[in-house]
Design a protein around this ligand. Sequence first.
Ligand SMILES: Nc1ncnc2c1ncn2[C@@H]1O[C@H](COP(=O)(O)OP(=O)(O)OP(=O)(O)O)[C@@H](O)[C@H]1O
Ligand SMILES: [Mg+2]
Length: 590
Amino acid sequence: MSDEDKKDYLAREYSDWELFTRLMGYTKPHFRIFITALITMFFSTILSILQPIILAVAIDEYILPKNLEGLELISLAYLVISVVSFSLNVISSYYTTITGIRLITQIRTDAFYKLQELSLDFYDKEAAGRIISRVTNDVERLLNLLSTGIIDAIVNVMFLGTLFFILFYLNPILALTVLIIFPILAIFVVYFRIKARSAWQRTRRALAKVTGYYQEAISGIEVSKAFAAEEFMSNEFKVLNLDNYEARIKALMLFAIMFPVMDTILALGTAVVLSVGGISIGAGILSVGILVAFLSYLSRLAQPIMTLSNFYNDLLSSMAATERILDILDRTPSVIPRSDKMISEMQGIIEFKDLTFSYVPDQAPVLKNFDLTIPAKATFAIVGHTGAGKTTITNLLCRFYDFNQGEILVDGVDIRDYNIPSYRKWLSIIPQSSFLFSGTVRENLLYGNPDASEEQIEKALLRVGAFDFVCRLGLDAQVGERGSRLSFGERQLLCFARALIADPSILLLDEATSSVDAHTELVIQESLQNILQNRTAIIIAHRLSTVRSVDQILVIEEGKIKEMGTFDELLNKKGIFTNLYEKQFAGQEI
Ligand SMILES: Nc1ncnc2c1ncn2[C@@H]1O[C@H](COP(=O)(O)OP(=O)(O)OP(=O)(O)O)[C@@H](O)[C@H]1O
Ligand SMILES: [Mg+2]
């Protein structure tokens, strides 16, 4: 296992046996195909083992005695056996390869479902890059083993066994000579494999660094341009890329040396067999045909040794990869409902009762004995310093994290009792980042309600004031990654429209902090008023116009409600809100 692999965070350790049986478990539904492929491959191999014997018969019985009658039949048999053996091989490989690809596609789908299912605390701990590497590279690494790998290994063990049996049967002395060559070849191949493995590992690490640098350079392109750091970045990249180049050259050089050295060892074997065989023929204890058969067998010795050592490598790296994949597949979401209550209608009465919560167990709580009741269809704003716990309140209401001290009730029922998808259907969130998925405007709008009609879309766009610019772009225009082809204000309006089309009973809005011009501010404010109608809303507020228009404002500090009231009430109080107002909101006065 490489250092990088070791750094991976695993929820638990797996024994080698467990890894192997779990991996094999995946092949179970395809067991019949595997058995068929194994049998096909076995016959293909047996036929190919017969070929040198036919050669021996042809030489000893027909060519040397100059008995040419029947030689064409023997030649034809040789050809037919070749073709049949080859065809069986192709059929077997075809089925196993297809099965292997099917299996890794299945594993990848399973992993995707699991990643969608897992709760947010998993993503707090795991770096995105590492998760992605597991479901792409690691899954890919299983392909060889799950397709032809295992069958090839089994068949090659059988091949070597049968081969030695035949060799000893034909001529024990020559068989012993071959038996001396065999370990030399095997030791060399194994030694070479170990060297090549570490060389390839170095290449892989170097390539990972190059890829990572590319990724960072692309996402930070604005910053590097703004700091005129293009040349610096390029020079840094050159160093990394050179490392990758050198590692690759080293690995490839090893391969370049390997085959000539193997040929030399085989040539040594051929020389020994030739001399021992020649002497034996002279002594009349060996026929020419058998000698030719031996030479032919000798040339076939390298392949199975290579295949078996390859298999061993594949097995090791597949086990390491399996461990990292199972670590994802075996996780369970931390947020699970206590019972399975479905919701057919939601009024949107929200009650927080004595709620205490911390993200990390045993750490000081982020929310402390939090109590609050929000009547149906009211709009509440939350304000407070950064880190006060505002987002945490909405995170818990969305069931993104589980909690166990205190309760949150919606329409009088503890939200932990609701079936989660059924509950979330009634909830919409407009995130601070105005996140859009890459795809078309329409796809983004339908995200929360795939069945919405054209009319509903149009109405929503009109109500949030996005109709004009969407008409200009077209509903089928691509928005780009994260909506990068749209202006910030446009992204926000589309998020509003998306929430409106989903028509939730509870709306959670994390207001964007970035300032927009007075006109856009006005458009956003108007559309906000439109989408707030007829539903309960909690707004984490950053705009003066928002705090002015809501029913109640909560001032949060250190996870507690410090002040609560309408805008005017709080200003008159001359407390924390007044202070906050002067620092944060008063500057926005137009
Ligand atoms: N996923 C998390 N894991 C651990 N701690 C977290 C996590 N999210 C937030 N916290 C901690 O909880 C506290 C409250 O965070 P929260 O996001 O609720 O603040 P906020 O009031 O929304 O701040 P801001 O105005 O900056 O968005 C912070 O001290 C933060 O460090
Ligand atoms: Mg926040």
